[in-house]
Design a protein around this ligand. Structure first.
Ligand SMILES: NC(=O)c1ccc[n+]([C@@H]2O[C@H](COP(=O)([O-])OP(=O)(O)OC[C@H]3O[C@@H](n4cnc5c(N)ncnc54)[C@H](O)[C@@H]3O)[C@@H](O)[C@H]2O)c1
Length: 347
């Protein structure tokens, strides 16, 4: 930002878990952005966001905020089933849109979002912060530089510590754990391999749901997916949530010249030994805001910069759409107990 540039004014929609992470970046970490307004349907959550982040205007629904209209962009951090309507309304009003993953529940919803952003000529960026994490982005650059040769096999895992919020435990409102937790893996494997998934086979299991009081028959807490990519590469995605032990996101890629590992289960470079029986004790990452702290800040900085410089974002609606398609194919795979081609859900 040069002196004299007006800050980009942002309206946050949804001030829950992810909303507060982005509010923190916009309010305190990005000089070229201002957190001007918040839309939050729960009064107590809304007041807390206003107080914690010094937000000037607060609204209970998006129509009231768009009616007021004194902002340039929205950051949508509401439950997945609301993303399409909120993004389309904002884009139609000429507001740039950052929307959290999963982009939406269906490909038709993704298409509506892409079409309305295109028509209004606004930025549409999807919240795949791993692409901005210093370790993931260094890995991508080193693959592109040919350090491990042609990627042949990728393994990506995400294990989340606790149960997701109540709406996300309902498969109809969230598309389940493969969407809510593993959307990041779907995007990362496609991005790092440089190839689209062509066929998937998924298995799921539910170990802890019942004992934690989750009654939804569609709920699962453990998943394993094998992937064949369009260029012949292979991959796997695994997910566990709740895993209870911490937040864990790691990737391994084998190329024809070597192997690359991204991420570590260790959260801090601190090692403690207090007795011979226990041995080494090393802290793990406890939460996703902690593990991807820089990714969240840098992805928001990118969004603001794309608005300011009138550039397309590096993470597009099409990337979000691919992750949704992958989730739908994998869901069909475990439901019908067979491998599913991406063309079956995309055509
Ligand atoms: N990128 C990441 O790592 C990451 C992490 C967590 C969640 N997420 C995503 O962020 C989104 C929100 O998840 P969360 O865990 O923060 O959920 P949450 O339930 O903690 O928060 C959602 C908030 O939105 C509010 N809300 C719901 N409908 C609304 C509406 N129409 N208008 C205004 N406010 C509304 C709710 O009252 C709640 O405060 C989901 O898409 C989720 O997948 C992304």
């Amino acid at each position: 930002m040069t002196a004299g540039d007006a800050p980009i004014r942002v309206c946050l929609i949804g001030a829950g878990r992810a909303g507060r992470v982005h509010a923190n970046s916009i309010a305190w970490r990005i000089p070229g952005a201002r957190l001007t307004a918040v839309v939050e349907s729960v009064a107590e959550t809304r007041s807390k966001a206003v107080a914690d982040f010094g937000i000037g205007r607060a609204f209970a629904d998006v129509d009231a905020a768009l009616g007021w209209g004194q902002f340039d962009a929205v950051v949508i951090t509401t439950p997945t089933f609301t993303h399409r309507d909120l993004a389309v309304a904002a884009a139609k009003a000429g507001k740039h849109v950052f929307v959290e993953k999963p982009m939406a529940l269906s490909l038709a919803e993704c298409d509506d979002m892409i079409a309305s952003a295109d028509k209004s000529g606004v930025v549409l960026q999807i919240g795949f912060m791993r692409r901005f994490d210093p370790e993931f982005s260094a890995a991508k650059a080193r693959i592109a530089a040919g350090e491990i040769g042609r990627p042949m096999l990728i393994k990506s895992l995400t294990h989340g510590p606790g149960l997701p919020p109540p709406w996300a435990r309902d498969a109809k409102l969230s598309n389940g754990m493969l969407a809510e937790v593993n959307s990041h893996d779907w995007d990362a494997v496609r991005w790092l391999m440089g190839a689209d998934p062509a066929r998937v086979m998924a298995e799921i299991a539910n170990f802890k749901g019942k004992e934690r009081g989750v009654e939804d028959p569609g709920f699962y807490d453990t998943a394993l997916v094998s992937i064949r990519f369009a260029d012949g590469g292979l991959g796997s995605i695994t997910g566990v949530c709740p895993c209870d032990y911490g937040y864990d996101a790691r990737v391994e890629i084998v190329g024809d010249k070597g192997i690359m590992q991204i991420g570590d289960i260790k959260g801090q470079a601190v090692t403690v030994v207090t007795d011979r029986e226990t041995g080494l004790r090393e802290p793990v990452y406890r939460t996703w805001p902690e593990r991807f702290a820089w990714g969240y800040i840098l992805e928001m900085e990118h969004f603001i910069d794309c608005i300011r410089t009138d550039r397309p974002p590096s993470v597009t609606g099409n990337d979000g759409r691919w992750a949704v398609a992958s989730v739908l194919a994998a869901t069909r795979s475990f439901q019908e107990e067979r491998p599913v081609k991406l063309t079956e859900v995309m055509d």
